[in-house]
Write a protein that binds this ligand. Structure first.
Ligand code: MG
Length: 257
């Protein structure tokens, strides 16, 4: 099931996206998708609503160097334990929103990633039960001011600018995350191509590890790491992250006003 958060007629709702490509409709639900919901009975053509970031997380927990080839391109060995860092909730934007590149950075990179959205409050979840706590999956772009990441020695500034965490286009709830194709394009040119089977620490391990550190709340997001092929964005670049079984998240990079 595809669950979207969207606005229409100045209202924000959650809804289920149904139908064939090109003819999808959104069926709004009452309440939110973290509990049993019912349909309102309305339906909107997908093209008549504005898709928003599918969740408003209390926190985004991201993983560094979780594909071996990306660790190599960063000039380091992959960490033995997951390397976790936080992106602020205020970095989240939705599909088709602008990535605003700050003038303080000489190099802002895209990082296409599989995002995991938690469905329930959890702490100390064993890996064997980790997927039970997941509501669904979406596409993410872990936008990074690469020069500031190197200069600062920690990543809060470089990963934390407003608009540096596009999410979308919706959550897919019925998906096995074990081996999905992930592709990032810039202006239509393929820049990253991998499969989630190449994750060093898989989704189960990540949920178990992170929930052993901090309580995860419904709607919290885990970014699972980016494959090799990261690179800089320039003014007007159109960057798309496509994940098999989910869809495509597209954003345009522009200088911050
Ligand atoms: Mg990343």
């Amino acid at each position: 099931m595809r669950i979207a958060r969207f606005s229409v007629n100045d209202e924000v709702d959650y809804g289920v996206v149904e139908g064939e490509p090109g003819a999808e409709e959104v069926a709004p639900v009452t309440g939110h998708p973290f509990a049993p919901f019912t349909f309102t009975g309305y339906r909107y053509p997908l093209g008549e609503v504005r898709l928003l970031a599918p969740v408003l997380p209390s926190k985004v927990v991201a993983i560094g160097k979780n594909y071996a080839e990306h660790a190599t391109e960063m000039g380091t060995a992959p960490p033995e334990q997951p390397l976790i860092f936080l992106k602020p909730s205020t970095a989240v934007v939705g599909p088709d929103e602008q990535i605003r590149m700050p003038s303080s950075s000489e190099r802002v990179d895209f990082e296409g990633e599989l995002a995991v959205v938690m469905g329930r409050l959890c702490k100390d979840v064993p890996a064997a039960r980790a997927l039970d706590a997941v509501l669904g999956y979406t596409c993410a772009n872990d936008v990074t001011a690469r020069d500031q990441q190197a200069a600062d020695g920690q990543w809060t500034r470089s990963k934390g600018y407003d608009t540096f965490c596009p999410l979308g286009p919706w959550l897919e709830t019925q998906l096995d995350p074990a081996d999905l194709a992930i592709t990032t394009t810039v202006n239509g040119e393929v820049r990253q191509r991998a499969r989630t089977a190449q994750l060093i620490h898989d989704v189960r391990q990540l949920v178990a590890y992170i929930s052993g550190v901090m309580t995860l709340l419904p709607g919290d997001v885990i970014l699972t790491g980016t494959p090799a092929g990261v690179g800089p964005l320039t003014d007007g670049d159109v960057v798309s992250v496509t994940i098999e079984g989910i869809g495509t998240l597209t954003n345009v990079a522009v200088p911050r006003a």
